[in-house]
Every structure is written in structure tokens, then in C-alpha cells.
Design a protein around this ligand. Structure first.
Ligand code: CTP
Length: 413
């Protein structure tokens, strides 16, 4: 099957020596059945002519704001694209994209588009290795951009190392693969992430150290696996992931109200949020004044989002997280799965330097009759492995439910 057939590919061409390879990229993508439109930056025009792309794409070529004929072309192109592939993506372009700048047409389109963004870096090896470039890449990756390459080898400047743009054929293959059905294609996934805040008074609240990184990574990985993803997030310092429907909330009660309608219509629910177990029994309307002696806070249970979803008449496949500070992870994980009545628990140790607030984690996944350990890795990669495992278990549960239904029907005949 031709996955690129009829797809809208917007190719952003920046000013690098590899720009000549983008002509072949456009030709191959069209040969694979895609519709291709090219947006060039001003400096790209110093390396290759717009007419080349016009002829190869059989579409107009956009270079700068004067080509934004309707004044809304940048929005129309942003909506038109199923994928945006920036090739070559220079160091400067990565920095601009990381900053979210919209001072040229390509920047504005990337900012306005919900389409997955693929970047094919091309630059000198020292520029590639520079921490500034690497930080920009890490930020773009966290926001959901896919970094394609670069390759290694001899460079135009005579250096040898990483920074060569991938060959056009490889990039077209990556485009094709990005449309292949993923492990969660056609499924709806809801993810909660981050901490909640429970107000004591207008300026103070009870909260925890959750950064939201694990939940956001799971949401991005689920989207990349082809799911339609809704993310309900407490207050975090993370950018909204592309292609994910984000609802921001503050309290456990807000999270429950935002999640329930989504969870009723979803297939998989991943509760990665560190929701408050307790909230102040009363919230003072005015700022609490300092008083002599101590102060005792009365707390009451907060809404349990996961337990409420798991108790619905036809619950989705539910995954809960367990954050433990002691070593007996396995015991706690199995106990929590049973007490919460859920399909899977992802348990991790938390404490100084591990779990919360950190970029890395380990996860022990447990389900009925099985478990697996996901060894220490970045939360981004753990998110991908977590989603792979959830997809496997989800299918296994479906198969069991279907064969049980068949068995019951036969017995009642
Ligand atoms: N959870 C929730 N709503 C709450 C509390 C927890 O949805 N009010 C979810 C979390 O998102 C997580 C799981 O339930 O998936 C954690 O369960 P919980 O019993 O709160 O465990 P911990 O707080 O990790 O540990 P403890 O058992 O020590 O309270």
C-alpha cells in the first residue's frame, strides 16, 4: 500500500549546501503519490532557484511574505499540510523553531500548523555538536518534532563528522513510515499529567514535585503510535505537545471534571498525574494571617480521578502510576493494581534525584499474571516503551474479552 498517496507534504527548504538535494526529495515524494508544496527561506534562494521546485512540485513556490498573496497563505498552508518536513534544517532554523519565531513565512507556518514536524538537520559537525544546537533539538523533540538524521561523513567544508542531511530517498521513506498505522491507530487515549494544586487561601496551595514529563512523554508516544490523544494537565512548565488536545487544570476536582467526559469515550486511560490525595477542608477567602503558635490544617480526601474512571460501567483500559519511596516496588505495584481495580500499574521510585523533577526514570510495569522492568532511560524513550507495552496488553485484553464473549454466546445457544 502506498502510504504517501494523496498526502499533503510541505517541504521547508533553508539556506544550506544540501538544498540541492531537496529537489530530488520533492521529485521522489511526488513520485510516491504525495502532493508537495515548497516554502523556501530567503537564504535558500542563494543555493537553489524557486523555479526548480516549481517545476518539480507542479505547485507555486512560497519564498517570503510577498508570496503570501492572500495575507492568510501562511495559515492556509499550515492547515493544508499533513506533514511539514524542513530539509535542510540549518542550525539557525532549529534555533528559530525552538524559539517559536514567526518572522519569516516558514517560521509562521511551522508555528501555526498542527501537522507533525519533521526536521532533517544539515550543518557543519561542530555546529551540530554545539550545546546550543543540542539544547534546541532537545526542546524541539520534547515538543513532538521528529529529528531525521543527520548522517555522518565528509562535509562540504572538508570536516568529517555528523551533520550531513540524510539522502532524499531515506527522507521519503521516513515520511512514508510516519503515515503507517501505528500500534494505537484508530484508538482514543486520555492521559493525565503533572501535579494538582489545592488552595489553602488565595495565595497558598498544597502540591507536589511532579514535573509532568512522564505523562507528556506518554501522550506524545501515544500520538506517534497513531492514537487520538487528549492530555489533561496540572500546572507544569512544559510546552503543549503538537497534535495532542491539551486541557489545563489546577485542582483534583478540575482534573476529574475535565477527564470524565473524555474517559467515557476513550479506549485507554493513562493516569500519570500526581493528583493530591487530600485537599484543605476549607479554603480561606482571604490570605491567612500569621498567628502565634502553630497551625493545624484540616484535610479531606480529594477526588480520585483514576478510581472514578476505573469504576465506570464500561471502563477503558486503565493504567495507573505508583510513586514509591521505598524499595519494595513489586509488592506495592501488584497491591495497587488490585486495590484500584485497574489493568496495569507503572511503578517507579521517587525521592531526591529520582522520579519527580528528573529527566530519567525506571518503570516497573505490572498486570494480571505478568510484569516487565523498563530499565533507566530518558522519560521520552520510556514513554515510547510504555506505550508499546500498553498496546500489547490492550490487544491481549481485547482478545480475551472477545473469546469470552464467543464462549458465552455458544453456551447460551
Ligand atoms: N490518582 C488519581 N487521583 C487521585 C490520586 C491518585 O487519579 N486523587 C492516580 C494517579 O494518577 C496514579 C495513581 O492514582 O495513577 C496513584 O495512586 P495513589 O493511590 O494516589 O498512589 P500514590 O500516591 O503513588 O501512593 P500512596 O498509595 O502511597 O498514596
Amino acid at each position: 500500500m502506498d502510504f504517501l498517496s494523496g498526502k499533503h507534504i510541505l517541504v521547508g527548504v533553508c539556506g544550506g549546501i544540501a538544498a540541492y538535494k531537496s529537489a530530488e526529495l520533492v521529485r521522489l515524494a511526488r513520485a510516491a503519490g504525495a502532493r508537495v508544496r515548497v516554502v523556501m527561506t530567503a537564504s535558500a534562494a542563494e543555493f537553489i532557484g524557486a523555479r526548480t521546485f516549481q517545476a518539480l512540485s507542479a505547485e507555486p513556490v512560497w519564498r517570503d511574505w510577498t508570496d503570501d498573496r492572500s495575507g492568510m497563505d501562511h495559515i492556509d498552508l499550515a492547515r493544508w499540510a499533513d506533514r511539514i518536513l524542513v530539509a535542510p534544517a540549518t542550525a539557525d532554523r532549529l534555533a528559530r523553531l525552538a524559539q517559536g519565531r514567526a518572522d519569516d513565512l516558514l517560521g509562521a507556518i511551522c508555528l501555526a500548523s498542527q501537522a507533525p514536524l519533521m526536521l532533517a538537520p544539515s550543518m557543519n559537525q561542530a555546529m551540530w555538536r554545539n550545546p546550543a544546537t543540542q539544547d534546541n533539538l532537545a526542546l524541539l523533540r520534547r515538543r513532538g518534532a521528529r529529528i531525521c538524521g543527520p548522517g555522518e561523513g565528509e562535509q562540504a567544508c572538508g570536516d568529517v563528522g555528523p551533520g550531513r542531511m540524510l539522502e532524499p530517498g531515506v527522507l521519503v521513506q521516513m515520511l512514508t513510515d510516519s503515515f503507517r498505522n501505528g500500534a494505537l491507530a484508530g484508538l482514543k487515549v486520555v492521559v493525565t499529567a503533572g501535579p494538582t494544586r489545592e488552595a489553602l487561601d488565595p495565595v497558598r496551595y498544597l502540591s507536589n514535585r511532579s514535573s509532568g514529563k512522564m505523562g507528556y512523554a506518554a501522550a506524545v508516544a501515544a500520538r506517534e503510535a497513531g492514537a487520538e490523544v487528549a492530555l489533561v494537565s496540572g500546572p507544569v512548565a512544559l510546552p503543549a505537545p503538537a497534535g495532542v488536545a491539551l486541557t489545563r487544570v489546577e485542582t483534583a476536582q478540575d482534573m476529574l471534571e475535565a477527564t470524565l467526559p473524555l474517559a467515557r469515550a476513550c479506549d485507554i486511560f493513562i493516569a500519570a498525574a500526581a493528583v493530591a490525595d487530600y485537599r484543605p477542608a476549607t479554603t480561606a477567602a482571604q490570605k491567612l494571617k500569621r498567628q502565634a503558635g502553630g497551625r493545624t490544617l484540616a484535610l479531606e480526601p480529594a477526588a480520585d480521578v483514576l478510581a472514578t474512571v476505573a469504576a465506570m460501567p464500561r471502563p477503558p483500559f486503565c493504567v495507573g502510576f505508583a510513586a514509591e519511596t521505598d524499595d519494595n516496588l513489586q509488592h506495592h505495584a501488584h497491591k495497587k493494581r488490585l486495590s484500584k481495580g485497574i489493568d496495569m500499574v507503572a511503578a517507579n521510585r521517587v525521592g531526591p534525584g529520582v522520579g519527580f523533577d528528573s529527566d530519567e526514570n525506571t518503570l516497573l510495569l505490572v498486570w494480571e499474571g505478568g510484569q516487565t522492568m523498563l530499565e533507566q532511560d530518558t522519560k521520552t524513550r520510556l514513554g515510547v516503551r510504555l506505550i508499546e507495552c500498553i498496546a500489547d496488553r490492550f490487544r491481549a485484553r481485547q482478545t480475551t474479552t472477545e473469546s469470552h464473549a464467543e464462549h458465552t454466546t455458544e453456551n447460551t445457544r
